[in-house]
Design a protein around this ligand. Structure first.
Ligand code: ADP
Length: 495
């Protein structure tokens, strides 16, 4: 091979070999005249192998074939495409493998030799890193776009930057229609100030919020959604807000439906209970009516006798009034209990409620030889409740006690006790001295359809418990120290 003049001879040689970057010198024809140590490592060639060869051997096709033309074009036109600029190109090692490099090219002219110097840096690692970042970014974008949950990102003013498919679907519009809009303009006008305030807080303080908002849809329907929003902070400064929207309409509708069903069931159970007690109740009304008739006859006889003074009539007439009131009370109790659906909650005294409901069961108790004994605490705070439903609970508990004791004949008293219970309850306790409840049955008492009675429905206690819970209270069962069972209904006190 001919020997080419080399400017890379000492002292430049040492300098070139010390460089971290690969340096390749070529003459005006493109033949290699210098190849430093880093270049040897990068390409796998010894300097001697490339000296005098066309530099195009260091690049893959199609650049290899075109390189001479590049040099020619520059020599004739002076048009710089790479010289003094630098760019990313592809290089080829001795073993044929290719790799990306950052190439900067300069021109030199020294001792009558003109040529070009190329400084090369392997950027495979940087490229791999960039590709990975791109792939991660793409993956994240896809996860966001195809996530089954509705999501948006907004700037700190609440303008939507991105919205995904699920979000557009939920709101009944296209993604493009959402981007750029203020999130607050999507919610019901009445909810807007609340959302703006929540965003303002995120902007100022960061953190997150969870609140429910109404979103009107284009088709005129309205969606009730839970909005979870969190501020994304960098270096302690808020950058943007990410949000997730969860449609609650279906859940709320199901809850409403379940609530309506519960109401119907409660009513049906009440009517069933009344049906079973009807002969007792009829008797309970009949008794005062008979008494009234008797006292009225007595008054007439007194008057007919001619001996009676007005004072003689006062006592029987008072009895008539008392009996009439008693009959009225039973009928009132009956009428309220037969009422359909929920009645509005009102402020009530539990003592009065107990007094009103017991006459409805008194006859059945008497028939079984059982006395209903009221121990009503004075000065109880009021409660806020659905009167009919709480009457239903008390009636159910007393009826269960009567049925448990009927036949057992172990004792003849059921205690109905009211009191306050710390920290915040008013309590109505029904305590019997029947056979009590076996431990294995105790676990199932409040299960729907659990009954030990041949004609029982097993719904009473489960309905009573759900009424108690709906009032923010509780219904519990205790084993009595001596015999029998105790049920305690606790209702939140209103003071
Ligand atoms: P039902 O009265 O139709 O059976 P409940 O839900 O009111 O339905 O009661 C479920 C079961 O709980 C009853 O069948 C009975 O076995 C038991 N039970 C309820 N109250 C008492 C009580 N005071 N003493 C003993 N057992 C009771």
């Amino acid at each position: 091979m001919a020997s080419y003049p080399s400017i890379a001879d000492d002292p430049l040689r040492a300098l070139l070999d010390a460089a971290v970057d690969a340096i390749v010198l070529i003459d005006a024809q493109g033949l290699v005249v210098g190849f430093n140590r880093s270049a040897e490592q990068l390409f796998g060639y010894r300097a001697a192998e490339v000296h005098g060869c066309n530099v195009s051997m260091l690049m893959p096709q199609p650049y290899r074939g075109e390189h001479d033309a590049y040099i020619d074009r520059y020599a004739h036109t002076g048009e710089r495409r790479i010289i003094g600029i630098g760019r990313e190109v592809v290089a080829q090692r001795k073993d044929g493998s290719t790799f990306p490099i950052d190439l900067s090219v300069g021109e030199f002219s020294n001792a009558g030799v003109r040529g070009y110097v190329g400084i090369l840096r392997d950027i495979s690692e940087r490229k791999r890193h960039e590709a990975m970042l791109r792939q991660n970014g793409e993956e994240l974008r896809r996860i966001f776009e195809y996530a089954p949950t509705a999501m948006t990102t907004t700037d700190l003013e609440g303008h939507i930057l991105r919205a995904n498919r699920a979000c557009a679907e939920l709101l009944g519009c296209r993604i493009e229609e959402l981007v750029g809009k203020r999130h607050s303009d999507l919610v019901h006008a009445e909810d807007r100030p609340r959302l703006l305030a929540a965003y303002a807080q995120l902007r100022e303080e960061g953190g997150e919020f969870r609140q429910e908002f109404r979103y009107p849809r284009r088709d005129g329907t309205e969606m009730q959604a839970l909005l979870y929003s969190a501020a994304v902070a960098d270096d302690g400064r808020q950058q943007m807000i990410i949000s997730e929207l969860v449609d609650r309409s279906a859940l709320l509708a199901a809850n409403r439906e379940a609530e309506a069903l519960r109401g119907r069931l409660t009513h049906a159970a009440r009517v069933g209970q009344l049906g079973e007690m009807v002969s007792g109740i009829a008797h309970e009304v009949n008794q005062p009516l008979t008494a009234i008739a008797n006292y009225a006859h007595a008054c007439r006889r007194l008057l007919q006798s001619g001996d009676a003074t007005p004072a003689d009539l006062i006592a029987p007439l008072e009895k008539i009034a008392t009996q009439a009131e008693r009959a009225g009370q039973v009928i009132r109790g009956l009428r309220t209990l037969a009422r359909r659906g929920e009645t509005p909650r009102q402020t009530l005294q539990v003592n009065q409620l107990v007094r009103e409901v017991l006459p409805l069961i008194e006859f059945d108790a008497r028939q079984a030889g059982i006395r209903l004994r009221m121990q009503l605490a004075t000065g109880l705070p009021p409660v806020h409740c659905d009167e009919v439903q709480i009457q239903q609970v008390v009636l159910n508990l007393v009826r269960n006690a009567v049925e448990a004791m009927n036949g057992a004949r172990s004792s003849d008293v059921i205690d109905i006790v009211t009191s306050t219970q710390e920290p915040r309850f008013v309590e109505i306790v029904v305590m019997d001295s029947g056979p009590g409840i076996a431990p294995e049955a105790a676990d199932r008492l409040f299960e729907p359809f659990y009954t030990t009675k041949p004609q029982g429905m097993g719904l009473g206690l489960s309905i009573c418990q759900s009424i108690a819970i709906a009032h923010g209270g509780e219904l519990s069962y205790y084993v009595n120290e001596r015999a029998g069972a105790t049920f305690a209904l606790r209702l939140p006190r209103l003071d």
